[in-house]
Design a protein around this ligand. Structure first.
Ligand code: ACM
Length: 689
């Protein structure tokens, strides 16, 4: 921060006077429900015994992560100067994951109804501990804490780029420090199948391997998107054996994390259908991404796969994907058409719903519940299903209104593969702009929800897809510190949330994570919002009517026919509701009526290049003016070199000079050979200087 204000200096003085313990005590993420700083600190050796009345399996589980644990049936006899973990029903929070923590100069006492709560109390102590010579020091405090939501998750895409089990464990180590408790593994997708299924060896001998390591190369090259045999020289991929999965599950359980497996259906299944083409509508490899729903063999396959998955994973939920199906092949497929006739299904949405219902019946019969992306609502939601809402919040809201549980994962807040800072300052990402503050600002409970509906919000989850994330280091860079904001959204009540305070704690957490060998984004160097977007701009065309000689696109309409003269400039992403998109004949063509003849000194607009989603800078710009709105005088006509260069750019095209006119016309078109989108946020008209 450049402007180190008087106030922030005052605050620093206060912190130093209070001693560094104050800072440490306030460093906990997620912020506890209640926290009171008291006098002094407890100083102890890391090897010091921790006494507990936990027994049996619970004691064994905690012993896996806490080495100096000692059982006693008489905690009250433990002498002062010790750490005590007490499982008890009295004077502890309602939630099994909740705990009370008391630190005094004489010792530490954590109490909870469950081993999970005691574990989380220890996680809080860990975050508050600082080294003091050969000892650890925890500032004295009183904490009462419990989570707001039961489900606090992270989804890891291990299909687009495979991640080793060591990498997964390393992320479990971090997640658990921040009290996240669900790891959703996206195990299958077109880019590679990642779990051994004994009955279908081709899934891992073949569908788990491809000739290109980097997803982008594999996906976009001519004749790409092919698989190869395991062991082919240069083959990239991998999978978890069933033993690997058991090892991961065991590791996660010790860290109070439930792993939820996702097996994608009916779409995102190119890899399965390359290995087992008889399960697709065409019957041929490399033709379909969706299973044939008319074919009984599809259900036999899916049920056999899920049977092995359920034998491995003890989770209450099994995620069956359900997103982004191209249902068109089903319209042409005789088997699918026959299924629709036999089952009285009126359209392909209902055909998808039929498949999801069948999977739910199967899972329920085996004592499990179905979780799926919000598209599983299309054609009718299965009766006991839980919805993961990613296309905004609408799916989740609809789910809770109809009595279903929802996990909120809206992409515009919780997709960690989106840029976290100005794209021009970052390694290439898939797009978007989701800075830490945006993640932190999310609240899954809406004012319009009834208490019953709010209670059905099971929790929140961040999703980190990996198309554009080839390396482990970059994966961590995108994950942290934004995942910490998700942890606080999931755990802490809104009354305790405060972004400025969280930001301060996150800066420390970034240092701590780096010291632990992670590769977080250096938050202290954050560029932040696009400068132009920070405040409205005053200009001559402000609030003046705009005639569209070519229409804007309805999906990217921003403020509609007011967008280009509302003074509001766009941020780093075209999907922020500020940028207006044009794709119709790939051109922008608008006329602004200034209302009367006006002295003009410049006419300009900003454009964006985001090559991945085919947003291109204009190849030609024409700026003209008129007194009668019919006869225009050209002020500027310029052609520009444009290309598919990856990455982002922002360019301004302005005419400057001196003229007088009532009407202003701005035209911009894409390169003929490129096509794609044109995006702009404002036509800025200024008086002569
Ligand atoms: C998704 O992002 N397709 C769930």
């Amino acid at each position: 921060m450049k402007n180190s204000t008087f106030f922030s200096r005052l605050l620093l003085v206060a912190l130093f006077c209070g001693g560094s313990h104050f800072l440490q005590a306030q460093s906990v993420i997620p912020v506890p429900l209640q926290m009171e700083q008291t006098e002094g600190a407890f100083v102890f050796k890391a090897s010091q015994p921790i006494y507990t009345n936990l027994q049996g399996e619970e004691l064994k589980l905690l012993n896996a992560t806490v080495s100096s644990l000692k059982y006693t049936d008489n905690l009250s006899a433990v002498a002062k100067g010790h750490i005590v973990l007490e499982k008890t029903e009295s004077n502890v929070p309602e939630s099994a994951e909740g705990y009370t923590l008391s630190v005094t100069p004489q010792g530490i006492r954590i109490a909870s109804r469950s081993d999970a709560g005691l574990y989380y109390g220890l996680m809080t102590v860990k975050q508050m501990s600082e080294k003091d010579g050969g000892n650890l020091r925890v500032p004295a405090c009183l904490i009462t804490d419990q989570p707001r939501f039961a489900y606090r998750g992270f989804m890891m895409d291990v299909s687009r780029h495979f991640r080793s089990k060591e990498f997964v464990k390393k992320q479990i180590d971090a997640m658990t420090q921040f009290k996240l408790n669900r790891l959703h593994l996206h195990l299958t997708d077109g880019a590679g199948w990642r779990i051994e299924i004994k009955k279908y060896p081709r899934l891992t001998e073949f569908a788990a391997w491809r000739p290109d390591a980097v997803w982008k190369d594999w996906w976009f090259k001519d004749n790409g998107r092919k698989y190869c045999e395991e062991g082919t020289p240069g083959a990239y991929g991998g999978y978890y054996t069933q033993d690997d999965i058991r090892e991961l599950l065991d590791y996660a359980a010790k860290h109070h994390i439930t792993i939820i497996p996702e097996i994608e259906m009916p779409a995102h299944s190119e890899e399965v259908l390359a290995a087992y083409p008889e399960l697709s509508c065409s019957g041929e490899p490399y033709k379909n991404a969706e299973f044939c729903i008319g074919n009984e063999k599809t259900f036999e396959f899916l049920e056999n796969v899920l049977t092995e998955v359920m034998e491995l994973f003890p989770s209450e939920y099994i995620h069956i994907g359900g997103d982004e199906a191209n249902k068109n092949p089903w319209k042409e497929c005789p088997k699918c058409q026959q299924r629709m006739k036999d089952e009285g299904l009126k359209d392909v949405d209902e055909l998808q719903s039929y498949a999801i219902h069948r999977m739910e019946v199967f899972l329920n019969k085996h004592g499990r519940k179905l979780l799926g992306w919000d598209e599983i609502m299309q054609g009718g939601l299965a009766p006991n299903a839980t919805v993961m809402s990613w296309r905004g919040e609408e799916g989740g809201l609809k789910a809770v209104r109809s009595g279903h549980r929802a996990v909120m994962t809206p992409s515009e807040y919780f997709y960690l593969d989106y840029y976290q800072d100005a794209p021009i300052s970052q390694p290439e990402a898939i797009g978007g702009y989701v800075p830490l503050e945006k993640v932190y600002s999310y609240d899954p409970v809406k004012p319009e929800m009834s208490a019953e509906e709010a209670a059905l919000i099971y929790g929140v989850q961040a999703n980190q897809w990996a198309e554009y994330i080839p390396t482990d280091e970059y994966y961590e860079y995108m994950m942290y510190p934004r995942l910490l904001a998700v942890a606080e959204v999931g755990w802490s009540v809104p009354e305790r949330k405060d972004f400025a305070d969280f930001h301060r704690r996150a800066l420390k957490a970034v240092d701590d994570l780096s010291a632990q060998g992670y590769h977080p984004f250096p938050l202290k160097d954050e560029v932040g919002h696009r400068p132009e977007s920070r405040q409205p701009i005053e200009h001559l065309a402000l609030n003046k009517p705009v005639t569209y000689n070519a229409p804007f696109n309805e999906t990217y309409k921003a403020a509609g026919d007011k967008a280009l003269t509302d003074g509001i400039r766009g941020d780093w992403t075209y999907s922020d509701g500020r940028w207006q998109g044009f794709i119709s004949r790939n051109r922008l063509d608008v006329t602004i009526d200034l209302g009367q003849s006006t002295e003009i000194g410049s006419i300009g607009a900003d454009f964006m290049q985001a090559a991945g989603p085919e947003v291109f800078l204009p190849a030609e710009v024409i700026i003209s003016v008129s007194d009668d709105g019919k006869n225009f005088k050209e002020l500027k006509r310029e052609t520009h070199q444009v290309s598919r260069e990856p990455g982002f750019a922002f360019v301004n095209h302005t005419w400057t000079g001196k003229t007088s006119a009532r009407y202003v016309r701005y035209q911009a078109r894409s390169g003929k050979e490129l096509g794609g989108w044109i995006f702009t946020d404002e036509i800025v008209v200024l008086p002569p200087r």
